[in-house]
Design a protein around this ligand. Structure first.
Ligand code: SF4
Length: 100
């Protein structure tokens, strides 16, 4: 099942929509284009949905710049959060982490 994109992508308040930019979301992570990435980050930086968009991108493993972060940046942030969570779990509960 393909999940529909969240409503904020079609909101008139989304910066990418206001500027008519869909490329923010469709860049291929294999074709790194630093200039395009930075331009997309600049678009996202003024967007009221930046945090929701980043979280959605992280939970759906989407390519492209979402919430001001590239796929790789979101992926690395997801791994960091899991490591921290597991460290905290081990510290507080004494259980082994489910991910390293
Ligand atoms: S954070 Fe970026 S990609 Fe997400 S809705 Fe806003 S402008 Fe578009």
């Amino acid at each position: 099942m393909i999940e529909q994109p969240p409503d904020f992508f079609s909101s008139d308040e989304a910066q990418c929509r206001q500027l008519g930019i869909d490329a923010v979301r469709i860049m291929n992570p294999e074709d790194r284009d630093i200039i395009a990435e930075n331009a997309a980050r600049a678009v996202c930086s003024d967007c009221i949905f930046i945090e929701n968009c980043r979280e959605w991108g992280m939970s759906h493993d989407q390519v492209g710049v979402l919430g001001g972060m590239t796929w790789r940046e979101r992926h690395n942030l997801t791994l960091k959060i899991r490591r921290e969570r597991n460290k905290m779990r081990k510290h507080c509960l004494g259980t082994e982490p489910d991910y390293e």
